[in-house]
Design a protein. Structure first.
Length: 451
């Protein structure tokens, strides 16, 4: 009898066991030299049992320790008393296997030439580069999940993530540019996108060089056009986290209880789709639930949250397959997959049709208070918009505001989409993809050091 069947026989209303083997290969080059090559292997088992409306959870690294782990997990669940009993939404029994293995594994390839070529392209563009860092991370992950409902899900998903960051310096003036790429597979993904990666790396160096002598962005309320990557960051951070149902049910989201209400302009239709083969590809989540494309906002109206089994049961909502864990030793939580914004009808020239404004470049980080509904993001650079055309480069600024107010200020969505990737914390590191166009915002707060 399996461990989950034993759990059911001993009184668990639901149980699942996740065997999780995650291998992470990292190569870091700094200023033309390989400073670090590292392999991390995290393998073990996570057992969850729901008994009398309370969770018991435990982790071990050896399969032989599962019987004793079951004893402890069942005892832990029974020792708890809850005012409100936990329930979970179940799905059908069945067996599923999905594999997306790297055809060219980073561990088997000499990646130095590729990374050195990126460095060469950057140094060709500027003699003022004072530091240049490139990080390559490859993930190979095998997961087998068995549940008390008779579900068996086995996945092997390999992904690769690349980040380039460079700084130019002239006297006391220092400016930086950075970019990330990522997707499903191994080195074959980077090789297939080699020309784009090399061209973008050169562009980063040119822009960092220009920014060293650029003026500061103004501080004002003005019309702005957001780059594809900044649009993705805004949607992921400001909207995406606010629809994660674990934050909703704990009343930590500004969007709690707002299903059916207008939360954005009618030109905004946002979806989260882990089935797209982008950086956040996850066809089955870590509870064994099939991921499904989920329309979060349709024409400005909030339509759905992203769910775990527990939140779907609590809110009587469909399962969406958005519950993941960083390692075997972590309990799955609600996470975004791939953020998608439906494209509009506007060409770039039409988006820039403002008398005076700013084009906001790539994100430089920031913070969001999902409960209060406020955000502030930095940008790596901006560009003037004058009479419908892009003008000179300016140093980065901050974009801040209220989530609901800001999303209602979008008056145009571009028709050309770009793929981007990014990492996200929320207590556990995860990686997502984004497929979004540019957007235009009217009268938003910009913080810069210029006039």
């Amino acid at each position: 009898m399996s461990i989950v069947d034993q759990a059911s026989a001993r009184g668990a209303t639901y149980a699942d066991l996740r065997h999780d083997n995650k291998r992470v290969y990292t190569v870091i080059r700094e200023n033309g030299k390989t400073n670090s090559t590292e392999v991390q292997i995290n393998e073990g088992f996570c057992l969850r049992c729901l008994v009398n409306g309370s969770w018991g959870t435990g982790m071990v690294t050896s399969e032989s320790d599962l019987p004793s782990l079951l004893d402890r997990v069942m005892k832990s669940a029974r020792a708890q008393t809850r005012k409100n009993e936990v329930t979970v939404k179940e799905t059908e029994a069945g067996t599923v296997t999905v594999e997306k293995k790297a055809r060219k594994r980073v561990v088997d390839e000499d990646v130095t030439e590729f990374l050195a070529s990126m460095e060469d392209r950057a140094y060709e563009q500027s003699r003022r580069i004072s530091s240049l860092s490139i990080s390559l991370i490859a993930f190979e992950r095998f997961i087998h999940i068995s549940t008390s409902e008779g579900r068996r899900v086995t996945t092997r998903i390999d992904r690769i993530y690349l980040r380039a960051s460079m700084t130019c310096k002239e006297g006391a003036s220092i400016e930086s540019r950075a970019q990330t790429w990522g997707g499903v597979g191994g080195m074959e993904y980077l090789l297939a996108n080699e020309n784009h990666i090399m061209e973008t790396t050169a562009q980063l160096a040119r822009e960092a060089d220009i920014l060293v002598e650029a003026e500061h962005s103004p501080s004002s309320v003005m019309d702005c056009v957001l780059s594809n990557t900044l649009t993705g960051t805004l949607l992921h951070e400001a909207c995406g986290h606010a629809v994660e149902a674990d934050l909703v049910v704990s009343n930590e989201s500004i969007l709690a209880g707002r299903i059916g209400e207008r939360v954005a302009a009618d030109c905004i239709t946002m979806r989260d789709d882990p089935t797209q083969e982008l950086m956040g590809f996850s066809p089955y989540d870590h509870e064994g639930v099939a991921a499904r494309p989920t329309t979060v906002i349709r024409e400005g109206i909030l339509k759905s949250y992203l769910h775990s089994r527990e939140t779907a049961a609590l809110l009587d909502a469909p399962l969406t397959g958005h519950c993941k864990a960083e390692y075997f030793s972590r309990t799955p939580i609600v996470r975004q997959g791939n953020t998608l914004l439906d494209p509009g009808e506007y060409a770039l020239s039409e988006l820039l049709d403002v008398r005076d404004g700013l084009f906001l470049g790539d994100s430089a980080g920031g913070q969001v208070n999902v409960g209060e509904g406020t955000f502030s993001f930095g940008t790596q650079y901006t560009r003037e918009i004058a009479h419908g055309e892009l003008g000179k480069y300016l140093r980065g600024c901050s974009l801040s505001g209220n989530i609901l107010e800001t999303m209602k200020k979008v008056d145009a969505v571009g028709k050309e989409v770009d793929v981007a990737s990014g990492g996200c914390g929320k207590g556990q590191m995860d990686y997502q993809g984004r497929l979004v166009p540019k957007i235009r915002l009217r009268e938003v707060m910009i913080g810069g050091r210029g006039r």
